[in-house]
Design a protein around this ligand. Structure first.
Ligand code: HEM
Ligand code: HEM
Length: 312
């Protein structure tokens, strides 16, 4: 019963964090980041007039407070499940507080690039931590699917690539390089422009690395689909990967062609979180099939019999 409640709360907090991420994206996209000049209050009040940019900025703060309270409640429930789970809960509370402080620093120091980029990075890490906690609370009979170690490695690499791509995207955005090239598919007439400002190359790197990340994600999708025969939920996660990655690339292109319109740019952030979340869940829902090493008995067999490996 308690397990159910804790698991439901972990999933609710992860969903609320996804919503919070989108609101955070809206804060920047509507140019409301400095609508409240102070922090933690806004114009000295916890309930300022919700007009103009204050609506977005303060809604983000209120939503963040809600997620913070959900995380504290989750930590309390985790604390009832032993030391290890308590540490996980405390880790989540620590991370959400750190994220709030980063948010405050973005305001106080007037949007320093590295702080804004870290704020995005921590939001994704926090989202993944909540997914991990929800998985730790799964039903005991929901065993992860045994797959080849190479597939698990590929999932981890693809997740790392999507995270890295997101960091490059956030850095580009906070350096104001989102429109450093407005031609497509070329960037200032070349795939890799030279003799230009480094921010233009950062923009080009984000485009080129999308191909690498996209290929890795599609590779995972094909292998995971094959490995997950008879497991409908895992197959759904595998099918979603190429669909989301194609949408994500299309939204990136649309962001440029619409000169950073609010809808495609905000959805582009949501797409990155969904893609990363899908890969993290796939990783957690699988385990490496045990590799057993069989060593030949010394006397009974010929000297040169090789060691053999097989997957259980
Ligand atoms: C769990 C807590 C929080 C999460 C998950 C979160 C998430 C986000 C995300 C994903 C963005 C968009 C980042 C980007 O576009 O690169 C954002 C932007 C922002 N957040 Fe938060 N946030 C949280 C708490 C806070 C708090 C407490 C504040 C307090 C002031 C805050 C202030 C801001 C500001 C000012 C921006 C715009 C930054 C910019 O334009 O550079 N955030 N947030
Ligand atoms: C796997 C593929 C991709 C992923 C995971 C990804 C992820 C991201 C992320 C997380 C951001 C930062 C958003 C934020 O800070 O709120 C971003 C920014 C951006 N991305 Fe991508 N991206 C991908 C592909 C592309 C492609 C193919 C293009 C264009 C051809 C593109 C164009 C952009 C632009 C223009 C921005 C900056 C938006 C701004 O300045 O506000 N992205 N990307």
């Amino acid at each position: 019963m308690k397990l159910q409640t804790a698991r439901r709360l972990a999933i609710t907090t992860a969903c609320a964090t996804f919503g919070l991420l989108l609101i955070g994206g809206l804060v920047h996209n509507t140019r409301s980041s400095l609508a409240c000049p102070d922090w933690p209050l806004c114009f000295g009040s916890a309930f300022p007039k919700m007009v103009g940019g204050v609506f977005y900025e303060h809604s983000h703060r209120l939503a963040a407070t809600t997620v913070g309270l959900l995380t504290v409640a989750l930590a309390v429930l985790l604390g009832l499940r032993g030391r290890r789970m308590l540490w996980l809960g405390l880790g989540a509370v620590g991370l959400v507080v750190f994220q709030g402080v980063l948010g405050g620093l973005t305001v106080i120091y007037r949007l320093p690039t590295m702080v804004s980029t870290s704020h995005l990075a921590v939001s994704l890490i926090f989202f993944c931590l909540l997914l991990y906690i929800a998985f730790q609370l799964r039903e005991p009979d929901a065993a992860p699917l045994a797959v080849s170690p190479s597939l698990r490695r590929l999932i981890a690499i693809a997740a790392g690539a999507v995270f890295l791509q997101s960091l490059v995207g956030a850095l580009m955005r906070h350096l104001g390089a989102g429109l450093a090239c407005i031609d497509f598919p070329m960037c200032r007439g070349a795939l890799w422009p030279t003799g230009v400002h480094p921010s233009v190359q950062l923009h080009a790197a984000h485009r080129l690395f999308a191909v690498v990340a996209g290929a890795l994600v599609c590779g995972v999708a094909v292998k995971a689909w094959r490995a997950a025969e008879g497991r409908r939920a895992l197959r759904a996660l595998a099918v979603a990967l190429p669909v989301v990655v194609l949408f994500q690339i299309a939204l990136g292109v649309a962001s440029i062609l619409t000169f950073l319109a609010v809808v495609p740019v905000t959805a582009h952030l949501g797409g990155a979180a969904l893609l990363l979340g899908d890969l993290v869940v796939l990783f957690l829902a699988t385990r490496s099939a045990a590799t057993v090493t069989v060593t030949a008995p010394q006397r009974a067999l010929p000297d040169s019999l090789p060691e053999r490996e097989f997957h259980a």
